[in-house]
Write a protein that binds this ligand. Structure first.
Ligand code: EPZ
Length: 458
């Protein structure tokens, strides 16, 4: 049955998750199969994009995570008809919407609300969205998004913390991105999809979620060619219609479980993935001595031995993804030898390593470079998640460590990982959630029948 919005958050009462903790009794190898959810970073672009249709869009394989429920709330507050069902399917109809302003109270809850700029500009010829600001991983400029809107003929102003974009007409143009930006690439596609003439984005981002958003827009009737290459051509169309669409699997969630398998000396198969999207991670794990077996839509990682050292340089896709640098740095902390990480995308994405040091890690950070001398084993400690992937990294650390790790600020993790405790418990982890009153919530292991159903992709 479909639920009208006011989505129940799976992970606890809204507003209290900041006080919740995850307690991990480490040292147990993860073993089994885990079904990967829909991609967060595709969902946060595709949901607002659905507002451009003149009818209902039904989107499947939605990850049930806080970023998605927050965004669904925002779309509802903007006047769209939004329904989410328990199977991870959402229907969105923005045809009756008139609101083009997204206030601070709405957008401060999630950074990716910058996609509302492109969408509302394309839909109404104007948009007013509070400036998203920086975050724990570094300053997050949107100059390339603005450059794109201006190239299409929009006027852009920043007033009292609000970005105001308006245009009488949007006219296609050639836009060269000075940096490869996922957000700018998608936002320009969204703004240009109904513009007059053709827009060309040069030096575009090639991430799977860029391609997925383009595919979704094309399913609605857009004419976008070249997504997945560094030149994207968007021929403006007059109207977009409702459609049904299935979101791709989450590359970063899959990578996190693959790394956790290696870090715990486990044997995990990530199910329902696109192995091509995982090539950078698979190659690194192989280099580190792990066994990686690719199937059509699954990858098995066997951590038979202590990982060998490796060097990582984060890059836009198809390079090694920055969003997996944090979990990977934990694996390198227990690898044999000295590894070097160069973080080329975000300037402050090493905060989790301070916590890893508290767990016995041996790390030196110089600007964007982290030098990690592997130790045999981390030891459990109370730690704090400073952002989403830092949280995922600390889970990997806690799973592999000896003793108990207690992770605070779990709300960061709930933003982006669906059912993380359930999935980990099913793989044999010993993990419990401690609520704000100190009460423990421990999930039971699923039956082998349920496990078989997951294996069958049900
Ligand atoms: C997306 O952020 C992801 N978020 C991030 O994932 C991810 O880390 C990032 O892409 C890189 O892959 C979503 O998709 C919602 P960018 P985005 O624009 O689009 C600079 C996670 O954990 N830049 O590709 O905001 C910027 O400073 C999150 O899931 C400009 O200089 O990232 C950065 O150095 C965290 N000007 C680089 O480009 C701009 O106008 C890449 O940023 C835009 C970006």
């Amino acid at each position: 049955m479909a639920l009208e919005v006011k989505f129940p958050r799976k992970s606890g009462k809204r507003g209290n998750q900041g006080l919740e903790k995850l307690r991990i009794y480490g040292g147990k190898p993860l073993v089994g199969r885990v079904k990967i959810s829909g991609a967060k970073n595709a969902a946060v672009a595709i949901l607002p994009a659905a507002l451009l249709a003149n009818d209902t869009c039904i989107i499947d394989n939605l990850p049930y995570i806080d970023d998605v429920t927050t965004l669904a709330d925002i779309l509802h507050e903007l006047g769209a008809k939004v329904e989410l069902d328990a199977k991870g399917r959402i229907s969105i109809n923005g045809s009756k919407m008139t609101e083009y302003r997204a206030h601070y109270d709405m957008v401060r809850r999630m950074r990716a609300s910058y996609y509302l700029l492109g969408v509302l500009l394309a839909k109404f010829g104007k948009a007013e969205v509070s400036f998203p600001g920086g975050c724990a991983i570094g300053t997050r400029p949107i100059d390339q998004h603005i450059k794109g809107f201006e190239a299409l003929g929009a006027k852009v102003e920043l007033e009292h913390g609000v970005i105001k974009v308006s245009a009488d007409r949007l006219i296609g143009n050639e836009i060269y991105l000075d940096v490869v930006s996922v957000g700018a690439t998608i936002n320009i596609m969204l703004a240009a999809v109904k513009a007059e003439g053709t827009t060309t984005i040069v030096n575009a981002a090639k991430e799977p979620h860029v391609v997925d958003t383009a595919n979704f827009l094309n399913t609605m009737g857009a004419s976008i060619k070249g997504a997945g290459t560094d030149t994207i051509r968007i021929k403006g169309v007059k109207e977009l219609s409702g459609c049904s669409y299935t979101i791709i699997p989450d590359q970063i969630e899959a990578g996190t479980y693959m790394i956790a398998a290696a870090a715990t000396g486990g044997d995990v198969t990530v199910v329902d993935v696109i192995p091509k999207h995982m090539e950078a991670v698979s190659a690194k794990l192989l280099e580190m001595g792990m066994e990686v077996i690719e199937g059509d839509d699954e990858i098995r990682v066997i951590g038979k031995q202590r990982p060998r050292k490796a060097n990582i340089k984060t890059q836009p896709y198809p390079g090694f993804p920055t969003d997996l640098q944090q979990p990977m740095s934990v694996l390198l902390s227990i690898a044999d030898g000295v590894s070097v990480i160069t973080e080329n995308v975000w300037e402050a994405r090493y905060k989790h390593l301070d916590e890893v040091v508290r767990m016995g890690g041996n790390v030196k950070i110089e600007d964007r470079v982290a030098i990690i001398e592997g130790v045999e084993r981390l030891s459990g400690a109370p730690v704090t998640a400073t952002d989403l992937r830092a949280g995922a990294a600390l889970i990997v650390a806690g799973l592999s460590a000896e003793g108990i790790t207690e992770i605070s600020n779990v709300d960061h993790i709930d933003r982006g990982y669906e059912d993380i405790e359930r999935k980990l418990v099913d793989l044999g982890a010993d993990i419990e959630r401690i609520d704000e009153n100190g009460k423990s919530r421990r999930l039971k292991l699923v039956t082998s029948r349920q496990r078989a159903a997951v294996g069958a992709g049900l």
